[in-house]
Write a protein that binds this ligand. Structure first.
Ligand code: IMP
Ligand code: MG
Length: 180
C-alpha cells in the first residue's frame, strides 16, 4: 500500500502531535458547553476516533453519510443524504467533523441542512484543507493541515474505497489514478 504513494505528506507522529493541538483547542473552546459532534462517514472515521479520545468533555456523537464523489478524484455537484433521519441538533452546539475540505460542497450542504433544525452553533473541523478556490462558501474553524491541490489518501481518506487504513497521509502516484 505504502508503495502506491508518490510521497508521504504527514506521518503518524506528525498527525498525532497535530491532533493533540486541535483537541486542546476544541476542549478549551467548548469547556462550558455541551458538545454534539457530527462526523461525516466514511472519511472522517479514523480522524474522529483519534481526535475525540483526546477531548475530555461530555459530548454526544452522531454520524452522517453523504455521497458526493462517486469513486473518482473529481467532485461532482450533487450531495445525496444516505439516511432518512438527521441527528437532532436543535439547541445544540454542533461540531461537524470531516476528513477534507475540497470544493466545500459536502460541508456546505450538510451545514445548511443542519441549520434548518436550529442548532445553537455549528463549527467545522477538518483534518485537511486544500488551498484552492472553493465552489461553496465554507470556512473551517479547526484545520489539521493545509495541503495543495493534490489527491491524497490514508488515515481515513480513500481512492475508490482503498487506502483508508494507511496510518499516514500521502499523495497517490498519478499513474494509479484512472483518467477521466
Ligand atoms: P468536497 O469537494 O469539499 O465536497 O469534498 C468531498 C469529499 O471528497 C471529501 O469528504 C472526501 O471524502 C473527498 N475528497 C476530496 N479531496 C480528496 C482527496 O484528495 N483524497 C481523498 N478524498 C478526497
Ligand atoms: Mg471519500
Amino acid at each position: 500500500m505504502q508503495d502506491d504513494l508518490q510521497r508521504v505528506l504527514f506521518d503518524e507522529p506528525t498527525i498525532s502531535h497535530r491532533l493533540d493541538q486541535i483537541a486542546a483547542q476544541i476542549t478549551a473552546d467548548y469547556r462550558d458547553r455541551e458538545l454534539t459532534v457530527i462526523a461525516v462517514l466514511n472519511g472522517s472515521l479514523i480522524f474522529m476516533a483519534d481526535l475525540l479520545r483526546r477531548i475530555p468533555l461530555p459530548l454526544k456523537l452522531d454520524c452522517l453519510s453523504v455521497a458526493s464523489y462517486h469513486g473518482g478524484t473529481k467532485a461532482v455537484g450533487e450531495v445525496v443524504f444516505r439516511q432518512v433521519a438527521l441527528p437532532d441538533v436543535q439547541d445544540r452546539d454542533v461540531l461537524l467533523l470531516d476528513d477534507i475540505l475540497d470544493s466545500g460542497r459536502t460541508l456546505d450542504a450538510i451545514r445548511r441542512k443542519l441549520e434548518e433544525a436550529e442548532p445553537l452553533s455549528v463549527r467545522v473541523c477538518v483534518l485537511l484543507e486544500k488551498k484552492i478556490l472553493r465552489a461553496a462558501p465554507v470556512k473551517a474553524d479547526y484545520i489539521g493541515f493545509e495541503i495543495g491541490n493534490e489527491f491524497v489518501v490514508g488515515y481515513g481518506l480513500d481512492y475508490m474505497e482503498h487506502y483508508r487504513n494507511l496510518p499516514c497521509i500521502g499523495v497517490l502516484r498519478t499513474e494509479l489514478i484512472a483518467q477521466g
